[in-house]
Ligand binder design. Structure first.
Ligand code: GAR
Length: 204
């Protein structure tokens, strides 16, 4: 590892509000052991790219569709990670699955934020609004967010942080998603990124 901070890449696919939380918390000093050096988007239309640009962080697009295969998709991502000397990957609303061949190259160096209390409403098919639709359909009274390490099992890696959020009467998937973001995701993702970065720095 080189330098005084851990080099971080954030992977995004859409709006990028979690990326924004990370950028803001880096600015305010909550994240001080790592630095966001690169944003990789799976979609050229992701608003997250504008957030990166505004913050002066390089943003690149790697589209799975244009790559033609999972192997080529991951090969291009790996080339960027090497180019920017990335040491920690943060999946912040990244809607693509990474293969075991990829995740095994970064053991305990990939973290993901998931909008439920794992092991509820997680795994294949549970992403974005679908998670909150499932929570409301089940009728849970408490949900929340989880930050975990990424391994070969979708949403199955070791949990780093969780935060509970109450479901309100009359919630829609959209209102619940917003409450989980504001009260859980945007708080615990930056905290977990700092925790993992500090740990990586210590073991340098
Ligand atoms: C967030 O709620 C994030 O937890 C979720 O997608 C949203 C992305 O929003 N991720 C997943 O469901 C991954 N399984 P954002 O682009 O505004 O950060």
């Amino acid at each position: 590892m080189s330098g005084e901070k851990v080099n971080i890449a954030v992977f995004v696919s859409g709006g990028g509000t979690n990326l924004q939380a990370l950028l803001d918390k880096q600015k305010s000093g909550v994240i001080r052991s790592g630095e966001i050096k690169l944003v990789i988007s799976s979609s050229k239309d992701a608003y997250a790219l504008k957030r990166a640009e505004k913050a002066g962080v390089p943003g690149v697009v790697v589209s799975k569709k244009e790559c033609g295969s999972q192997a080529e998709f991951e090969k291009r991502i790996l080339a960027y990670l090497k180019e920017y000397n990335i040491e920690l990957i943060v999946l912040a609303g990244f809607m693509c699955i990474l293969s075991e061949s990829f995740t095994s190259k970064y053991p305990k160096r990939i973290v993901n934020v998931h909008p439920s209390l794992i092991p509820s409403f997680c795994g294949k098919g549970y992403y974005g609004l679908k998670v909150h639709e499932a929570a409301l359909a089940y009728g849970v009274k408490v949900t929340g967010a989880t930050v975990h390490f990424v391994n070969e099992v979708p949403d199955g890696g070791e949990i780093i942080m969780q935060k509970a959020v109450e479901v309100s009467d009359g919630d829609t998937p959209e209102t619940l998603q917003k409450r989980v973001m504001v009260n859980a995701e945007w708080i615990i993702l930056p905290q977990a990124v700092e925790k993992v970065s500090a740990e990586l720095l210590k073991n340098k």
